[in-house]
Design a protein around this ligand. Structure first.
Ligand SMILES: [Fe+2]
Length: 444
């Protein structure tokens, strides 16, 4: 629902294209306040000056908030600027209009959604493994927009294949342009986003850290994405992140009555690390939210032959259970999988292949329809957002699934839509035609 102002856009265009990337919403370094929202956009390396003003309910425009910028200067990409305006004082759970002003003139306008308060119902859409530049990515993006979510969560692999700035410009921003002008997007960083250490060959890698703006409330001193290459390239990447590398690999936030714990699960992450474990436990323990979600890129519980050995995330299951996590969202595996509600004990590993053994207890009484109070977290893989699907033949072969898997859908691209109304959560998996593939309800 974007209303452009053709006349002022034309005026701005006389000075050159106003944006390299049009304005998009982010939570900002703001874990919980529903009255705040950040607006970001990219321009060439020029001064503006830019500001953003907003209005709600047909009221007057606010006083313009001046935008700050951060300059990105990495090898292989023209220096450019990421602009940020932090809005505050918004009324939760409503629409607002905002416009970006350059030199006092409006150059962009959109209608957007504020965050919800803890008492309001809301909807989020979730998908992963999306930024492959495929027709399927485009179709799913359109379906996500049609679902009119209040926010979007990407379970990682935001762009293929190395998380480069050049790839964001080809395979992320053009696909979600109007959606992300209206709703904020958060993400769990995947291997294709932050696991390309070679900044000699990929000097514009780590785009996640440069372009997302999420809470910087992650743990200190845990393993971080490695950077390898000449000192000059490494420091340019770190500088481009504007203080977000590597901190923003882990973070948590609240939306409505849910708490989200987002954990980097890439290969360097050690889920036995005392500092990481203490952070996870404390984060979940101190939350009073009705719903608690964890999000990781690499799933602990996966029935696909693809990535089967990557089981290290299982080592966090005891923390998720103790902390009252309702659903663990993941991607990485390019299909959809839903586990039974489950508990995992006696974890040991990972072995040299990455496998973690242990004992699971499955709640087979939960049916998500009439019996809606699960015993243990439900593990979801929603990684069918655009990249090529994995293990299509397994969908019709339940014998090839692990015992913890209840549903396995690998023959079609899909995404998740979740509705929360107080103590009721309804999760649906929809395909690229909008058809419902799976549904379950959890109640408290
Ligand atoms: Fe991945």
């Amino acid at each position: 629902m974007i209303r452009l102002l053709p006349l002022v856009l034309a005026a701005a265009a006389a000075n050159g294209q106003p944006f390299l990337v049009k304005p998009y919403l982010q939570f900002g370094d703001n874990p919980a306040d529903p009255r705040k929202m950040s607006v970001l956009w990219h321009t060439t390396d020029r001064d503006g000056p830019f500001a953003v003003q907003w209005r709600q309910g047909g009221g007057k425009w606010s006083r313009p908030s001046p935008a700050s910028y951060h300059r990105i200067a990495v090898r292989s990409i023209e220096p450019h600027r990421v602009w940020l305006a932090a809005l505050s004082g918004l009324k939760p759970g409503t629409a607002f209009d905002y416009q970006v002003l350059e030199g006092g003139k409006a150059v962009f306008q959109a209608t957007a959604k504020t965050r919800k308060s803890a008492r309001q119902p809301y909807r989020f859409a979730l998908f992963g493994d999306s930024g492959a530049g495929t027709p399927e990515q485009r179709t799913i993006a359109a379906r996500v927009a049609a679902a009119q979510p209040d926010f979007v969560f990407i379970t990682g692999d935001i762009v293929y294949s190395r998380g480069r700035i050049s790839e964001y410009r080809e395979k992320y921003f053009p696909f979600y342009e109007s959606l992300i002008a209206s709703v904020p997007v958060a993400a769990a960083p995947g291997n294709h986003d932050i696991a390309t250490p070679d900044v000699r060959g990929n000097p514009d890698a780590m785009g996640y850290f440069h372009y997302f703006n999420l809470p910087l409330n992650g743990p200190d001193g845990v393993n971080a994405p490695p950077l390898e290459g000449p000192e000059q390239d490494r420091s340019a990447v770190i500088a481009a992140s504007n203080g977000k590398f590597p901190r923003m690999a882990n973070y948590s936030f609240d939306y409505g009555n849910s708490h989200w714990l987002v954990i980097d699960a890439n290969r360097w992450v050690d889920f036995k690390d005392a500092r990481l474990r203490a952070w996870i436990a404390a984060d979940l323990e101190k939350s009073r939210a009705t719903w608690k979600f964890a999000a990781v890129h690499q799933p602990g519980f996966n029935s696909s032959d693809a990535h089967f050995n990557e089981q290290r995330t299982r080592l966090a299951s005891d923390l998720f259970e103790a902390g009252g996590v309702d659903v663990v969202w993941a991607g990485h595996v390019h299909n959809y999988q839903r586990s039974f509600p489950m508990r995992f004990a006696n974890a040991s590993g990972p072995d040299l292949r990455g496998r973690v053994s242990g004992d699971w207890t499955l709640d087979k009484n939960f049916d998500g329809v009439a019996r809606t109070r699960p015993n243990g977290p439900i593990y979801i893989v929603s990684g069918a957002g655009g990249a090529g699907l994995y293990d299509k033949e397994q969908e019709a072969k339940p014998g090839s699934w692990q015992p913890f898997t209840y549903k396995f859908l690998s023959t079609t691209h899909s995404f998740t839509v979740a509705d929360i109304d107080g103590k009721k959560l309804t999760v649906r998996q929809l395909d690229s035609q909008g058809r419902e593939l799976d549904r379950f309800v959890i109640t408290k």
